[in-house]
Each structure stands twice: as structure tokens, then as C-alpha cells.
Design a protein around this ligand. Structure first.
Ligand code: PMP
Length: 433
């Protein structure tokens, strides 16, 4: 028995499914989840001392690579000053300023602890600001485990093939209108059917929780146009893409050049550099509806936690243009290697891409994947043998076909070569499935 097997057996008696977040249980790929003991640069080390090239990067935060020395130094220094004060600190302003310097449409920001809190608060704020109740979300987009946003939510629900979550009341679910992604006509039609009742449209800046799906040309800009014309807010969820797909997130690749901005952004993952911090930000007029200035309540014991702020400040400070250039280049290199390994074995697939994020979808080359129906219709059964072959060769992929592959600036030539040499056997395994 491996140490991971022992730990998993014990964990299953202690935690539901042995985990604190569902996808970690390896449910859709089978086998024993690897319990991790450490991480450095591009590598993870499990409880049995096995080394893996990490293509999960903590689901996004580890943009600079694990345990980046400057981030660790900042965190160690913050720890020495005390763990939590329950009061304001200078570093909160530093992190806020770093975000605003990159994303000028963020005129005010509030730090929270998780992406879920950020989207939950953004929805409440949109309702409080507009005095309206309904919210539009897109099938396959995940915005955290907020009651009203769990319908057709991608991520772990896609992995477990769940339509939504038990425990969400009919009343709550009925206030969320779920539409197919990349379909502006459907958005127009729903606004026409519910005049004056829709508070907000929430969308992932680029969906990456049904696998990656590229927003169609003008899709996000179209959402901006339609929401504005109807007095509703646009919430751009950049929890996953923010400060990862580029200097100013996915908005920086699209809205910044197309000349539009959402009313609210949500951020998470990279902004906290691996510690629990997330944020919502946007137009001052909207954000100032939050308490203590306004009537929309939100608070958090550990919001703006000083250790997390230090990690965020250090991470954004070191996330230079060079870092993004490296991650962009590695992403192109890896997706090309993946595609040619699959081609060599005759495995039909498409590489789904949005900026430096990508994922693979099997059996989809003809129609591509532009929405959740198409993502779910793929030959998902090819992923488990592919995943396990890579794992056996020392490459740690996301344990679900519905997740993006994450790279970091620490993925050097040696790490890339290890991945490249693992691909042919994995492609063979996918072909045989
Ligand atoms: N929004 C998006 C786009 C996400 O990808 C996630 C998490 N994967 C969340 C929100 C929720 O963030 P958290 O897990 O920190 O609650």
C-alpha cells in the first residue's frame, strides 16, 4: 500500500469522499488521489516522495511557480508581524493599487477570501444597486458554489455529471436564467421577455470550467451592449483568468482593446498568490453601495488577511510582462505537442483555447466546442486512461477533462521535456479507450 492509499483510506472516514473539494477525489478518472507533501517551481511532491510536473498549479494561483522565493520571503515577513489583526493594513491598499494599475475600470475594490464570496457579493450588489431580482448565467460557466449560480455550473458538477445542487430552493433557482454560452440572440430574447427585471449578466471572462471555451468574436462586447441598453449590470468573472491570461486578465486581451468594461469584476486565485484571497471591484458608483457606505451588506473576519495580502502583493509585483510571455509561449508549445501526439495515434480532438489557457476535448474536431452541450457530448471516456498514463510518467494533470491545464513561469525546458516524453504513451492509451 502506498502512503497516499493509506492517507486516502483514513481521509474517507474523516471527510466526505476523503476530500475538502470534490474534484480532488479523482472521481471521474478513478484511482487513488495523490496526497501532496510539497511543491517547488513546476513540481509537486507526493506523500510517497514521487515527483510530478504540475499542470494544475493549484487550479491557477501558482502563476510564478510554486514556492517562488520572493513570495515566500514576503509571506514569512508578514507571518512574523502577526497572522490576523481584524483591522485595516497598508498592504490592502498596495494590493488594491496593483489591481487598479492593471485594470483601470476597477475604481473601488473589496477583498474577500474566496472566489465564491466574490461572485456571491457581486450578485447581491447588482440586485441591491438595480433593485431587480433576476440574474442571467451561462450553462457550463462556474462561479463558485453560490446557491443561485449552481445551475448547469461546470467544474465539479460537470465532472460528476450533476445538473445542479440539492439544497438550492426552487425560489432561488427560479431567479437564475441559464442560457447557452456564445448565444447573444438568446440573451436578447430573455431581456425582451423580462423587461426591467434582470439585475445582471454574469459570465466567465473566458469559460474554463467546462474545459476551455473561446468566447466568440464580440460575445463579451455584445453582453456589454445588451446589459447597458437594458439597465442591467455586467459582471465579468475573472477569478480564474484574472492576472493569469495576461497583465490585465482576459479583459486586457479583449475589453481593453475593444473599448468596453464591465460594471463589476471578480478576481481570485492569482490575486492571492496561493493564499485565500479574492476580490470584487468595479465602478465606484456601484461599489459604493456596499456597507459601510451603502445598504448592501458584506463583511469578513479574515478579509484582507495580512499574510494573504503579502502573498498577493509579491505575486502581482513579480508577475511581469516576461512572466506572461513565458506562460503564453509554454502554453502554445505544450498544446502543439499534445495535439501532435494525439494526431499520431489518430485520436480525434480539438484544442480549446482562450489566451494562455487551454484544454483538450476528444471527438470534437468537426463542430468544435462552443457551449456546454458540445463540451458534454465529447468522448470524455478517453481522458481517464490518458490522465493515468501521464500520472504514471510523472505529470500531474487536472483530474477531469472539464478543467483547464495550468502552466507557470517556472515550467522550464526540463519540465516541458518530461511532459513531451510522456505524451505518446498517453495518446496511445486515449486511442485504445
Ligand atoms: N469563478 C470562477 C471562474 C472559478 O473558476 C472559480 C473556482 N474555480 C470560482 C469562481 C470560485 O472560486 P473559489 O473556489 O475560490 O470559491
Amino acid at each position: 500500500m502506498t502512503h497516499s492509499e493509506e492517507l486516502f483510506a483514513r481521509a474517507q472516514k474523516l471527510m466526505p469522499g476523503g476530500v475538502n473539494s470534490p474534484v480532488r477525489a479523482f472521481g471521474s478518472v478513478g484511482g487513488t488521489p495523490r496526497f501532496m507533501a510539497g511543491a517547488k517551481g513546476a513540481y509537486l511532491y507526493d506523500a510517497d516522495g514521487q515527483e510530478y510536473v504540475d499542470l494544475v498549479c493549484s487550479w491557477g494561483p501558482a502563476l510564478l511557480g510554486h514556492a517562488h522565493p520572493a513570495v515566500l520571503d514576503a509571506v514569512h515577513a508578514a507571518v512574523d508581524r502577526g497572522l490576523s489583526f481584524g483591522a485595516s493594513t497598508e498592504d490592502e491598499g498596495r494590493l488594491a493599487q496593483l489591481v487598479m494599475d492593471r485594470v483601470p475600470a476597477v475604481e473601488r475594490i473589496r477583498m474577500v477570501s474566496t472566489g465564491t464570496e466574490a461572485t456571491m457579493t457581486a450578485i447581491r450588489l447588482a440586485r441591491g444597486f438595480t433593485g431587480r431580482e433576476l440574474v442571467i448565467k451561462f450553462a457550463g460557466c462556474y462561479h463558485g458554489h453560490v446557491d443561485s449560480l449552481l445551475a448547469a455550473a461546470g467544474s465539479g458538477l460537470a465532472t460528476l455529471a450533476l445538473p445542479g445542487s440539492a439544497g438550492v430552493t426552487e425560489a432561488t433557482a427560479s431567479q437564475t436564467l441559464v442560457l447557452p454560452y456564445n448565444d447573444l440572440a438568446a440573451v436578447e430574447a430573455v431581456f425582451a421577455a423580462h423587461p426591467g427585471r434582470i439585475a445582471a449578466v454574469i459570465t466567465e471572462a473566458a469559460p474554463a470550467n467546462m474545459g476551455v471555451v473561446t468566447p466568440g468574436e464580440g460575445f463579451n462586447a455584445g453582453l456589454r451592449r445588451i446589459t447597458e441598453a437594458n439597465g442591467a449590470l455586467l459582471i465579468l468573472d475573472e477569478v480564474l483568468t484574472g492576472f493569469r491570461t495576461g497583465w490585465a486578465g482576459y479583459w486586457g486581451l479583449t475589453g481593453a482593446t475593444e473599448g468596453w468594461a464591465p460594471d463589476l469584476f471578480t478576481f481570485g486565485k492569482v490575486i492571492g498568490g496561493g493564499l485565500p484571497t479574492a476580490a470584487l471591484g468595479g465602478r465606484a458608483e456601484v461599489m459604493d453601495h456596499l456597507a459601510p457606505l451603502g445598504p448592501v451588506y458584506q463583511a469578513g473576519t479574515l478579509s484582507g488577511n495580512p499574510v494573504a495580502m503579502a502573498a498577493g502583493v509579491a505575486t502581482l509585483t513579480h508577475a511581469t510582462a516576461d512572466v506572461y510571455a513565458t506562460v503564453d509561449a509554454r502554453s502554445l508549445e505544450l498544446s502543439a505537442a499534445l495535439s501532435s501526439a494525439l494526431d499520431a495515434e489518430g485520436v480525434d480532438h480539438s484544442i480549446q483555447r482562450a489566451g494562455n489557457l487551454f484544454s483538450v476535448a476528444f471527438g470534437t474536431s468537426e463542430a468544435g466546442v462552443h457551449n456546454y452541450d458540445q463540451a458534454q457530448a465529447q468522448e470524455a471516456h478517453r481522458y481517464a486512461p490518458f490522465f493515468h498514463s501521464m500520472l504514471d510518467s510523472g505529470v500531474y494533470l487536472p483530474p477531469s477533462v472539464f478543467e483547464a491545464w495550468f502552466l507557470s513561469a517556472a515550467h522550464d525546458d526540463a519540465a516541458m521535456e518530461r511532459i513531451a516524453s510522456a505524451l505518446p504513451a498517453a495518446a496511445k492509451a486515449a486511442a485504445a479507450a
